[in-house]
Design a protein around this ligand. Structure first.
Ligand code: PEP
Ligand code: MN
Length: 355
């Protein structure tokens, strides 16, 4: 249930409600707005009925959450979640749109560093690259594993770009979390509940890709697994679903973006690369994603796509990436948003000294 306290409710009244809920075994999440405090509580409503809470001093109203997912529901945090990854890189509702760009897989030190510099130049504020790769075939390139993580750390040191990389197994969550700023859960693993719990406890933001055959409700329930562990830093990523169409690799479900923005408070990004599987279709779908309300994009970029060890056909060259970012501008303006950018340490220091 959601407990909305009266505007300006006294602190002791807020605390009494929280205490009562906790005594009855409820998991409590507090959302402190400018005017009022909203308390989200998950637990057994036969132990503590909504009417009992509604009767407590300072409580304005109590609303049950009817959806099967609770903490992921929009009612739980009506103002929307913002995930702060690095200075200047806050993903969520607001003006800024962020772009995660980089190769499908980390293939070599040279390939990664070159791509990292190029995507930063082009306007990306996060670097992607798989070190552990979930491949459909066991004969395909599986990634450089811990060596790949080392190169990602080096690319981050070189460019300052925060790193997004995939965790394919719960046993790797801690190792990947030492390098990654955002832990990616891939489409194939969206239903891996042990993994969802592990990243829920890893203390880093999570990018949760939609399962290739998952409904919106299943996707939000997967997010719920992470939230239940106490990690509210969750970003959803629509990457296309499997349909009968086979010209495209998947079918980009942009209606899911608008639907999830309505149903949930979590930020939503779109990956037009895996959604289409074709370089040609990445720019138009990236623009459409912005128009549909996405909070960011994930785009695969490779310095030499024809040589890529994975996903070459959908990877943009750095030049194509620059062109796309330029072309996004009017679309961003049309929805009242702009390209967010990473702030370097000097900028952060000078803004702190001004405030
Ligand atoms: C990826 O982003 O590296 C990836 C494998 O994508 P997906 O899980 O969406 O297939
Ligand atoms: Mn890929």
């Amino acid at each position: 249930m959601i407990i909305a306290m009266e505007p300006g409710a006294e602190r002791e009244h807020v605390e009494a409600v929280i205490k009562r809920l906790q005594q009855e075994g409820f998991q409590v999440h507090i959302s402190q707005g400018v005017e009022r405090t909203v308390i989200g509580a998950i637990g057994d409503r036969t132990r503590l009925k909504a009417d009992m809470v509604a009767a407590m001093p300072g409580v304005e109203k109590v609303v049950p959450i009817l959806q099967p997912y609770k903490m992921a529901a929009r009612d739980f945090k009506p103002e929307g979640t913002k995930v702060e990854v690095a200075p200047g890189v806050t993903i969520g509702e607001g003006e800024d749109i962020h772009i995660i760009a980089g190769p499908c897989a980390v293939e070599s030190r040279q390939q990664l560093l070159e791509t990292a510099v190029a995507v930063k130049e082009g306007g990306a504020s996060l670097l992607r690259g798989g070190a552990y790769k979930p491949r459909t075939s066991p004969y395909s390139f599986q990634g450089l594993a811990s060596k790949g993580l080392e190169y990602l750390a080096e690319a981050k040191a070189l460019t300052g770009l925060p790193v997004v990389t995939e965790v394919v197994d719960a046993s790797l969550a801690q190792e990947v979390a030492q390098v990654a700023d955002v832990l990616q859960i891939g489409s194939r693993n969206m239903h891996n509940f042990a993994l969802l719990k592990a990243v829920g406890r890893a203390g880093k933001p999570v990018l949760l890709k939609r399962g290739l055959a998952a409904t919106i409700e299943e996707w939000l329930l997967a997010a719920e697994y992470i939230l239940v562990e106490g990690n509210f830093q969750v970003i959803l990523c629509e990457r296309g679903i499997r349909t009968f169409e086979n010209y495209t690799r998947n079918t980009l479900d942009l209606s899911a973006v608008a639907a999830v923005k309505h149903l949930s408070h979590l930020p939503v990004m779109v990956d037009p690369s895996h959604a289409t599987g074709r370089r040609l279709l990445v720019p138009p779908m990236a623009k459409a994603a912005i128009a549909a309300g996405a909070d960011g994009l994930m785009v695969e970029v490779h310095p030499n796509p024809q040589e890529a060890l994975s996903d070459g056909p959908q990877s943009l060259t750095p030049e194509e990436f620059y062109k796309l970012v330029k072309e996004l501008k009017p679309f961003l303006e049309a929805v009242g948003r702009r390209l967010g950018r990473l702030r370097d340490e000097a900028e952060v220091r000078s803004s702190l000294s001004r405030s």
